[in-house]
Design a binder for this molecule. Structure first.
Ligand SMILES: [Zn+2]
Length: 142
């Protein structure tokens, strides 16, 4: 259950994504993976969409990927980020998690290209309860 009223992120009330947020606290990117057919699942689901097995497990995956898509927002869609606009949101594809794609913020200080290699860092804003995964260009570009 979310206890942070000031930020739009944190665990959902139904508890489905709690392991993801526990991973953020532990410095791990945790995604669901079906215990039966081993399919990676994102966003969190109660049931595997491929084989219909219940209660998919959670596994840590290395937070490295490639930029699948990105957008620079000049309008403060995220109220808490109004003073940070423009900000960049990236959809990052995770090769080590079956190509699942996760959203995250990126620094706007470099030229971003589709296919750029990126790595995630777990960062806790000064006034936030839950860390966020932010994406940065990899040291070694592909
Ligand atoms: Zn399955």
């Amino acid at each position: 259950m979310s206890t942070d009223q000031n930020y739009p992120w944190g665990p959902a009330a139904d508890g489905l994504d709690q392991p993801y947020w526990d991973g953020m606290i532990a410095g791990e990117l945790r995604l669901q993976r079906c215990n039966q057919c081993r399919t990676w699942i994102w966003g969190p689901q109660w049931i595997c969409g491929r084989c219909h097995a219940l209660e998919p497990g959670w596994e840590a995956v290395e937070p490295t990927g490639v930029v699948y898509a990105w957008s620079r927002s000049h309008y403060p869609f995220i109220r808490e980020y109004a003073d940070r606009a423009p900000y960049v949101t990236a959809l990052v594809e995770l090769p080590r998690a079956g190509g699942r794609r996760v959203l995250g913020l990126m620094p706007d200080a470099h030229e971003i290209r589709i296919g750029d290699a990126v790595e995630g860092r777990f960062e806790l804003d000064e006034d936030a309860t839950w860390p966020l995964l932010r994406w940065y260009p990899s040291e070694t570009r592909r």
